[in-house]
Design a binder for this molecule. Structure first.
Ligand SMILES: Nc1ncnc2c1ncn2[C@@H]1O[C@H](COP(=O)(O)OP(=O)(O)O)[C@@H](O)[C@H]1O
Ligand SMILES: [Mg+2]
Length: 474
């Protein structure tokens, strides 16, 4: 429920209850005083009339008595009836006409008292019966019946005021709630949406209202907080950029040092060979083969080293992994046949990824070459492709070449780490860098008698209309 609506309901409830309570209180006071007033009035009227008819009652003149009480009945709208009991206590004169109610003497007898007042509930509403003794100590008495017409009318007017009052209370509540909404809920809502923006990481914004009250102060505090967060994030980002730059530079330095070290060996052997050519006989075929293989080794090293530096220049395009892997398999086909390696592929339909085609080929060439190199006596390579629940395109390359020994598992991605005589140790580190550059990740697991390398990339929007087709599968 909206905050302002809650306030409205609360206001309405409070104001209505208060109004009704006040009006009911007033009604009570008014009713009591009106009734007291009517009682006083009735008693005075009865006393006066009793004085006037005393002689006639004494002389037993019922006709004169009746006309006297009838005339006073006509002079007052609230007077409903009057009757007189004679000296014997029997009804002696009355204003009921022919419809003379029986047991009239029992309605409100004065008994031992000089006067008596009683509220009688009749079919036509409440009637206040006022009885007075006409003579002290004698049974003769006069009774007047007073209707509550005036009191009822006044009370009706009061009831109308209660209804109008409640209506006005609700209106006032609505107005108050709208005011509350303007001055309380609105700033609160603004603060809330500002807080949500902060949670989303949108720092540096302003709450957008000012003022002197608590809300103004709170808004100002929020603004300062937001600004400080923006500044500190900027600083953090800057220092992260700096850190990455330094790290990249140092990695490049290490890599260059490693490369220089790797190149020095083949260069030295070529140099020694050429010196021996100068000093003695012509080079043999074996010498030339050594020079060639050492040069090739340096070429491979340089090629792989360049792959590191070229990553930054690549512009990602939609790449179909299935097609690139087929291409790599085609390149390796001759060597695989020679080594008696069987290749099995199993691809689900997969969306393209955003990367560089040549580099993706390099990734899978490195993995497939490594697999081939651990199975010189033959074996099998299983390559499968699928899409994970997290919309990642995942490729698994599995060999049965014995697995990676436990003690070197945390080193295989290091540059220049190799266990092969002719290895460069750059294949997996280049692979790692390329995959990470395009937002993916690479890992491996070792099962019984083999290794599975798992490479995954975030899928580009699927289906993808341009470039290498929507998707491909086996
Ligand atoms: N499929 C594999 N099975 C067993 N060991 C592997 C496999 N792939 C890589 N390795 C290990 O990781 C090392 C590093 O591989 P890599 O970086 O490609 O360099 P290189 O192939 O030049 O040695 C390899 O020398 C090897 O010991
Ligand atoms: Mg390798």
């Amino acid at each position: 429920m909206k905050f302002w609506l809650k306030i409205f309901l609360l206001n309405t409830l409070l104001l209505t209850v208060l109004t009704i309570m006040i009006l009911l209180g007033v009604r009570q006071v008014v009713t009591t005083s009106l009734r007291a007033e009517q009682t006083r009035y009735g008693l005075t009227l009865a006393r006066n009339l009793a004085d006037r008819i005393a002689d006639q009652v004494l002389q037993n003149e019922s006709f004169q008595t009746e006309s006297a009480i009838k005339s006073s009945l006509g002079s007052d709208a609230d007077l409903k009836y009057a009757f007189v009991a004679g000296l014997d206590g029997k009804i002696f004169a009355h204003t009921f006409g022919n419809d003379y109610p029986s047991g009239l003497e029992e309605w409100n007898p004065t008994g031992n008292h000089e006067e008596t007042v009683q509220l009688l509930a009749t079919e036509t509403g409440n009637i206040r019966d006022v009885g007075v003794k006409i003579f002290y100590g004698l049974p003769a008495e006069l009774h007047l019946g007073l209707k509550e017409t005036r009191i009822t009318a006044t009370l009706e007017r009061l009831r109308n005021s209660i209804v109008t009052g409640s209506g006005i209370a609700i209106l006032v509540a609505l107005l108050l709630s709208l005011l509350f909404n303007r001055y309380l809920t609105k700033p609160l809502n603004q603060l809330m949406s500002h807080t949500e923006a902060l949670i989303r990481g949108e720092f540096g914004g302003r709450v957008g209202f000012s003022g002197h009250g608590e809300f103004g102060e709170l808004a100002a505090t929020f603004d300062v907080l937001s600004q400080e967060l923006a500044v500190s994030r900027q600083r953090a980002e800057e220092s992260l950029r700096q850190m990455l730059r330094t790290e990249k530079l140092s990695a490049l330095g290490q890599l260059s040092a490693g490369l220089a070290h790797e190149i020095r060996n083949p260069l030295t052997s070529i140099k020694i060979l050429f010196q021996s050519f100068l000093e003695s006989s012509l080079p043999t075929r074996r010498d030339l083969e050594v020079v060639l293989s050492e040069t090739e080794r340096m070429e491979t090293l340089l090629k792989q080293f360049l792959a590191f530096t070229h990553i930054e220049e690549a512009t990602p395009k939609a790449v179909n992994l299935y097609e690139q892997i087929q291409h790599v398999l085609h390149i390796c086909h001759y060597q695989m046949t020679r080594q008696e390696i069987e290749v099995r592929t199993d691809f689900e339909p997969m969306p393209p990824i955003m990367a560089d085609r040549a580099m993706i080929e390099q990734v899978f060439l490195n993995l497939i070459m490594n697999a081939m190199e651990v199975m010189p006596e033959g074996g099998s390579i299983d390559i499968s492709g699928s899409v994970t629940a997290g919309n990642l395109v995942e490729v698994r390359v599995r060999d049965n070449g014995g697995g990676i020994p436990g003690e070197i598992r945390d080193k295989v991605f290091d540059p220049f780490f190799t266990t092969k005589e002719e290895g460069t140790g750059l294949g997996l580190s280049v692979t790692y860098n390329i995959v990470e550059h395009f937002g993916g990740f690479v890992d491996f697991c070792c099962e019984d008698g083999g290794t599975t390398f798992i490479v995954s990339f975030p899928a580009a929007t699927w289906p993808h209309s341009e470039d290498s087709g929507a998707y491909h599968g086996a």
